[in-house]
Design a protein around this ligand. Structure first.
Ligand SMILES: Nc1nc2c(c(=O)[nH]1)N[C@H]1C(S)=C(S)[C@@H](COP(=O)(O)O)O[C@H]1N2
Ligand SMILES: [Mo]
Length: 250
């Protein structure tokens, strides 16, 4: 978004006033403000939330970062790794044959080994991860920024979404604004140690500006795309299929 703030405010105010109407939807579409879960009963509300977030917050507004003493002693786990199948095989061989594919609307598709990812320039951040079920914890995450990997791949102008796929069949998507965000990481470590299987090994996303379900674990594939209609049930995200919002900004 490159409009001046006053215009954004006006537009967002207009959207709020029109909440849920067809006019609001048209406006939002014109300014690229439609989330994948715009349809259905909650669609207008979801669109309003997403559109206002995108209009009113700075694209690089940072999630809060904490000092080391604030790191939580207890960090719950949600979503265990598969006990059998390809994940188990990959784990048994210490992920030596595992690759993170990066493809879709990019000029240079790539496949990274775990060693490749560990050697890329990385960022460490002590941030809070918040689960939609009501708990949270603070931890340090380390790994290359998603933006670094996307830059290597060369994202094409038509792209709008980045979809991550996991080895437990999970998938989730974020828009390019969150994909380029400096705190969106492909994390290989938590609190200075490589990820355990429970924590999402070999690598997971860390997306501290959104609820925990966007921080997908056990990654296998990153797809850059202009539509998520063909992903899962059409929302490009596991959780909205169960009733949560596609946009999980906090
Ligand atoms: N692949 C995959 N990623 C996942 C999940 C999952 O079940 N599978 N659970 C999500 C949810 S709901 C949350 S809150 C966080 C939890 O991360 P943690 O186990 O490190 O606390 O991971 C997210 N990533
Ligand atoms: Mo969660």
């Amino acid at each position: 978004m490159s409009q001046p703030l006053s215009r954004r405010r006006l537009l967002a105010g207009g959207l709020a006033a029109l909440g849920g109407s067809a006019v609001a939807a048209k406006l939002a579409d014109r300014y690229d403000l439609i989330p994948p879960d715009w349809g259905g009963v909650w669609g207008p509300g979801e669109t309003l939330t997403y559109a206002c977030q995108r209009l009113l917050t700075h694209p690089h507004a940072m999630a809060r970062e904490f000092s080391r003493e604030k790191i939580s002693k207890v960090a719950p786990i949600s979503g265990r790794p598969p006990k059998a199948g390809p994940y188990r095989q990959a784990l048994d061989s210490a992920f030596s044959n595992w690759r993170l594919r990066v493809d879709g609307l990019v000029d240079r598709p790539a496949a990274y080994s775990l060693a490749d990812l560990k050697h890329l320039p990385s960022r460490s951040q002590i941030t809070e991860q918040t689960c939609e079920e009501g708990w949270c914890f603070i931890a340090e995450w380390t790994g290359p920024q998603l933006s670094y990997v996307l830059n290597l791949a060369g994202v094409q102008p038509r792209a709008r979404w980045v979809v991550a796929f996991a080895m437990d069949e999970g998938y989730d998507s974020i828009d390019l604004q969150d994909a380029w965000h400096p705190q969106t990481l492909i994390a290989h470590s938590m609190n200075g140690e490589f990820l355990t299987p429970d924590r999402g090994a070999p690598v997971r996303l860390s997306v501290p500006r959104q609820l925990g379900y966007k921080s997908l674990k056990f990654l296998s594939h990153i797809l850059v795309t202009d539509t998520v209609k063909n992903i899962g049930k059409g929302l490009g995200s596991w959780q909205p299929e169960g009733g949560y919002s596609w946009y999980a900004g906090i």
